[in-house]
Ligand binder design. Structure first.
Ligand code: FPP
Length: 233
């Protein structure tokens, strides 16, 4: 693969875990478990390619509408993964960031995430931004409130507000997303990183997320490399 023209920041909407399980007559939760295994292999591969930033959609604000059993299973899975995989993040010098509303998250989920953020904050080989209890519109609302408050407090002037400053007030100050992959064939953005993906290329492979292997990812990168990005010019 040509590693010259790889994206700097990739967004992944991990869709299709439920359908993967249903096809096999399994409980949806087992699809999420398999999805978590796929994610681990995929991240390993992605950072080895030299891609620096990855944002993953782990749980949207809307996902709270699902059956509480499934929501709880996912929250337990997150807590388990965040604590058991900490060593791997540290060993690979990967910085973990969390994007989403922290206040109404289950306590143990927030604590395990913040612990992971804290333990990896000095690393820079790669960055994993985990979108959890995340919504792109909520992020814009929350950014607006923070800016308004700083204007009221006299820390900011209206004329200071530009795109760079807005980016700084988002959940995380990240570079633009170059490439968004949504698995399972659904062709929607579903409120994922709206501000950061303004100029992204999108790719919608039909593969369900648990089956999204490193080879499938390489095919997606080839697709990206064949696109002609003009940035409106
Ligand atoms: C979408 O599939 C997937 C999710 C809502 C959860 C994603 C979670 C994981 C892959 C687990 C691992 C993540 C971390 C951060 C440890 P779906 O349930 O919408 O599938 P469906 O559309 O087929 O029903």
């Amino acid at each position: 693969m040509d590693l010259e023209n790889i994206p700097n920041h990739v967004g992944i909407i991990m869709d299709g875990n439920g359908r993967w399980a249903k096809k096999r007559g399994l409980n949806r939760s087992l699809g999420h478990k398999k999805g978590a295994e796929t994610l681990e292999k995929l991240l390993n591969h992605i950072y080895d390619l030299g891609i620096k930033y990855v944002s993953i959609y782990a749980f949207s604000t809307e996902n709270f509408k699902r059956d509480p059993k499934e929501v709880n299973y996912l929250m337990d899975l997150f807590v388990k993964m965040f604590s058991s995989k900490k060593k791997i993040f540290v060993k690979n010098e990967l910085k973990v960031l969390f994007s989403g509303r922290r206040d109404n998250l289950r306590d143990d989920v927030r604590k395990s995430l913040e612990n992971l953020e804290d333990s990896t904050k000095d690393f820079s080989r790669g960055v994993l931004n985990i979108c959890l209890n995340y919504g792109g519109r909520s992020e814009i609302v929350d950014m607006t409130k923070k800016i308004a408050q700083d204007v009221i407090d006299g820390k900011l002037k209206i004329d200071d507000i530009d795109e760079k400053l807005v980016n700084h007030y988002m959940y995380q100050d990240l570079p633009d997303i170059d490439f968004v992959i949504r698995t399972s064939g659904e062709m929607r953005i579903s409120n994922f990183m709206l501000w950061q993906s303004s100029y992204a290329e999108y790719f919608f492979p039909k593969t369900l997320f648990p089956d999204f292997t490193e080879e499938e990812f390489n095919k997606a990168i080839l697709e990206y490399q064949n696109r002609n990005r003009r940035f409106g010019g």
